[in-house]
Design a protein around this ligand. Structure first.
Ligand code: 6PG
Length: 247
């Protein structure tokens, strides 16, 4: 097992979400202490909702330096920001509307122009501006995993896995999971991370979680295996159902 990796299985989804919130709050504080700010990449899916709700509730709400937080997305569906399918909308409703993050520090993926490839290029530019003179770096990435092993919008055997080196953001067409058009950070961008937290819940993920964490390295079949945080830490938090097949 990679020495930068930790795997914890919790008795329930609620306990997992609570632990995730506590760990992420601590990681935000650490990043702000070390670097003066914290860049966090959010994800979609249903699992992060309860995690967000715990971040914005006492006591964590008071402990998090919200004004030093910069929010980006690991991926989003190519739908308007007010669409029920929008990952941005979910984060706004469950997290961002409830805390004092300066508006200019929230960078949703642009998902309404006609050309997703141009939107991806525009977001890439925003990320370089955010990084300034430094190399692009994410302090904390919140990741999910689907039963097919996808993470962010990186799907098994999909052309999105072959993004040109150095590219941070790509447009995805023909996603096997609807909606078909999406924007996603690339594997390379997601691995420029201090701590990647995978939050995984549900029995439909248990076999894939076992294969990703303990099976052979076949990342093209199980893209979650591409996320290794080589210069940081990899933390997998699972509920009992998702972790059932782990030894
Ligand atoms: C998407 C979702 C997806 C999600 C995983 C896990 O855009 O289709 O964001 O990538 O993160 O499928 O979802 P759950 O948390 O609902 O299990």
């Amino acid at each position: 097992m990679a020495s930068n990796r930790e795997i914890v299985v919790y008795e329930s989804l609620e306990l997992m979400q609570q632990a995730a919130a506590e760990r992420v709050a601590a990681a935000i504080q650490q990043a702000v202490t070390a670097r003066g700010r914290c860049i966090i990449a959010l994800s979609g899916g249903s699992t992060p909702r309860g995690f967000h709700q715990r971040l914005v509730a006492a006591p964590l709400r008071e402990q998090i330096p919200w004004e030093q937080l910069y929010v980006i997305w690991g991926d989003d569906r190519y739908v308007p920001h007010d669409d029920p399918e929008s990952n941005y909308r979910m984060a706004r409703e469950t997290l961002l509307d409830h805390v004092p993050i300066p508006a200019e520090q929230i960078l949703p993926m642009p998902t309404s122009a006609d050309d997703p490839a141009q939107a991806a290029a525009g977001y890439e530019q925003q990320l370089h501006l955010l990084a300034g003179d430094a190399e692009f770096w994410i302090d904390i990435a919140i990741m999910g995993m689907g039963p097919d092993g996808h993470t962010a919008s990186l799907f098994p055997e999909h052309p999105g896995l072959d993004a040109p080196a150095g590219q941070l953001v790509i447009a995805i067409d023909n996603s096997p999971k609807p909606p078909p058009r999406r924007l996603t950070l690339t594997i390379a961008a997601l691995n420029q991370v201090g701590t990647a937290f995978f939050l995984v819940s549900g029995a439909d993920k248990s076999e894939m979680a076992k294969d990703v964490l303990h099976g052979p390295a076949e990342p093209r079949r199980r893209p979650a295996q591409f996320i290794q945080a080589p210069r940081g830490r990899l933390v997998w938090l699972l509920d009992a159902a998702a972790g059932a097949a782990l030894s």
